[in-house]
Write a protein that binds this ligand. Structure first.
Ligand SMILES: [Fe+2]
Length: 201
């Protein structure tokens, strides 16, 4: 019998900072609260009843070794365009003081990662091809992706300035991928031994 495929619907976080988490996801991805009580909240940023939910239990605590423990690395949200991604980077920086943790050109997507108040990463991305079928085919078949599946770091500020200076996305994208906009310092991506990871080991 064939598998009936359900559609991915939501992620739920355990937290000890309920309101702080709700407020952060409001600022970053524009969620609204569908229902909230003293210890729980269900939020969404689209037509679904909830996409990101939070369950608060008094005994919960932070994991100081989170980076070294198994579990979810990040959730991800996609904009319709590179311009929307960069406009959101600029809005968060200027209006909320929220800065990226690191940014990677994955080849298939341009991705800016943020760290929520409890150390969970949120990836904000736009499709490098503007078309899921094309980016999927590129992932499956390109030697470029095989050789660099994690991605190339970029500094979003440098990219934004180049874009505002007149360089189109079509010109910027391959330049970002080949490393023309690497940050001054290579950031930690929230995994042990990031050097090994970026080598694709
Ligand atoms: Fe991702």
């Amino acid at each position: 019998m064939p598998t009936i495929k359900p559609v991915f619907h939501h992620a739920t976080f355990k937290t000890s900072r309920l309101q702080e988490m709700i407020d952060w996801y409001k600022k970053v991805i524009g969620v609204t609260v569908t229902f909230q009580d003293a210890n729980n909240a269900w939020t969404t940023n689209d037509a679904a009843n909830h996409r990101i939910a939070f369950l608060m239990v008094p005994e919960l605590s932070d994991d100081p070794e989170k980076v070294r423990h198994n579990g979810l690395h990040h959730t991800a949200f996609e904009y319709d365009s590179f311009d929307d991604l960069m406009a959101s980077y600029e809005r968060m920086r200027d209006e909320e003081g929220i800065m990226p943790a690191f940014s990677l050109h994955h080849g298939l997507t341009i991705s800016i990662y943020y760290r929520d108040p409890e150390g969970n990463y949120v990836e904000l991305q736009s499709d490098a091809f503007g078309d899921w079928a094309k980016s999927t085919e590129w992932m499956r078949t390109s030697e470029d992706f095989r050789g660099n599946p994690i991605g190339t770091f970029f500094d979003p500020q440098k990219v934004l300035e180049a874009h505002r200076g007149g360089r189109s996305f079509e010109a910027l994208s391959p330049a970002m991928r080949q490393g023309d906009f690497v940050p001054d310092a290579i950031p930690n991506i929230g995994l042990p031994e990031p050097e090994a990871v970026t080598r694709g080991l």
